[in-house]
Design a protein around this ligand. Structure first.
Ligand code: NAD
Ligand code: MG
Length: 392
């Protein structure tokens, strides 16, 4: 039986993964090693019972007693805290879903790769903060990383059987998020509730807000560079309001292989679960005649400063990705807490990158875990300072 673990099982990607695992036979078909979650202890306990997991871990120490009580008498092992999450990732599994949100997903992903697991990677922050470390760890341990972002799964599928040297360009699409049709001047006053609803995709709150600001697409552009090893100049972003075409691979003969599918993450998750095979998935079949038209336009860089910053981060290289992601996470906290406005998030991130540009650490190409975590801390600190300045 295939041994699997899911990190971030209670989130949007995690729930979709549990759904596919359950449809594929659940505890009868899979040996579920570990499930991790956060504060939604009741749901984590329910998942652990249904899938008969060996271990359930909450990332937060203060949730331990609740999880223990919820699983009392089941024989399921219970643990809490960040270290316990990482320890769970050291337990042998064949397939591991990395779907924790934020930089907290990096260490469990690395631990899973060190034991040679196939890592289904939804946690894009791992590649943005420590791409070279993640890919090298996979290579060192003969582990496989499979992308679980709709665009990156689409690119991965477009490259099957192709010579990577024949790739000329990679285009990822963006829905444009919640505010794609808003007048630019209104964006500064966008509220948390408005930014937290997505026109096409049903996702966790943080990535939904990042979609509205295009910080999500900024992370994804860097993710393309790190995963597929292409030059930043080869990566393009197209606004595509229908979210039907997820990515396009352009080859040296001018051919463009586009991947289409309904906007449902179970497609990318299922592809990673069944890879290298394809199996039936419970996703909508598209009726293109009914959809009629697909639209594409270039992103307006004034509307989406995050995209411009992504290309600057790639040009800097080194630990700039770690700084960018951490500053973005802190700025997002600031917006969620009501301390700064929607457009201030990019202002904060740009200030942090400016503050750090003179710092020798930023373009340090020695991407070790310590260096990444250290840069993460520094950038969060600077972002906090920048937020205070904006609030004053
Ligand atoms: P979510 O907020 O719905 O779920 C996040 C999960 O991580 C939850 O299980 C939560 O308990 C856990 N978590 C939160 N903070 C944690 C911490 N500090 N330590 C350990 N666990 C913690 O997020 P999501 O939308 O499912 O996204 C998860 C990841 O997948 C993100 O990296 C996101 O960018 C990526 N992703 C999501 C989608 C999507 O459709 N939701 C699409 C592509 C990529
Ligand atoms: Mg995506």
């Amino acid at each position: 039986m295939r041994r699997i673990s899911i990190f971030g099982a209670t989130g949007s990607i995690g729930e979709n993964t549990v759904d596919l695992i359950t449809r594929a036979g659940g505890a009868e078909a899979f040996d579920v090693v570990a499930l991790s979650g956060g504060r939604n202890v009741a749901r984590l306990a329910e998942q652990a019972r249904e899938l008969r997991a060996d271990l359930a871990v909450t990332a937060f120490d203060d949730c331990y007693a609740d999880l223990r009580d919820a699983l009392a008498g089941t024989g399921i092992e219970v643990a809490a805290g960040a270290d316990a999450v990482s320890e769970a990732a050291t337990r042998s599994a064949d397939w591991v879903m990395s779907s924790i949100v934020g930089a907290a997903g990096l260490l469990p992903g690395l631990k899973a790769l060190e034991q040679g697991a196939t890592l289904a990677l939804a946690n894009k922050e791992s590649l943005v903060t420590a791409g070279p470390l993640l890919m090298q760890t996979a290579a060192d341990h003969k582990a496989t990383v499979l992308p679980v972002d709709s665009e990156h799964s689409a690119i991965f599928q477009g490259l099957v059987g192709e010579d990577p040297a024949a790739v000329e360009r990679i285009v990822i699409t963006a829905s444009g998020g919640a505010f794609r049709d808003w007048p630019i001047d209104d964006l500064a006053n966008a509220t948390l509730a408005q930014a937290s609803s997505h026109p096409n995709w049903d996702m966790g709150q943080r990535i939904t807000i990042d979609s509205a600001s295009m910080f999500n697409k900024a992370l994804e552009v860097i993710e393309v560079k790190e995963f597929f090893g292409v030059h930043p100049d080869q990566i393009e972003v197209l606004v595509h309001p229908e979210s039907i075409v997820h990515a396009i691979v352009g080859f040296n003969d001018g051919a463009m292989m586009a991947h289409m599918g309904a906007p449902d993450m179970r497609h990318a998750i299922g592809y990673a679960l069944n890879w290298p095979d394809r199996r039936g998935l419970p996703v909508e079949r598209l009726d293109l005649a009914r959809i009629g038209a697909l639209n594409f336009r270039a992103p307006d860089m004034r509307r989406y400063p995050a995209l411009r910053l992504a290309y600057e981060v790639m040009a800097t290289g080194g630990l700039a990705g770690a700084a960018f992601n951490a500053a973005k996470e802190r700025a997002l906290d600031g917006f969620i807490d009501g301390d700064i406005g929607f457009m201030d998030m990019a202002v904060v991130v740009e200030r942090v990158l400016d503050m750090l540009s003179s710092d020798t650490g930023l373009n340090n190409v020695d991407i070790t875990l310590d260096n990444v975590l250290n840069m993460d801390q520094i950038a969060r600190q600077h972002a906090g300072d920048a937020i205070k300045t904006l609030m004053a």
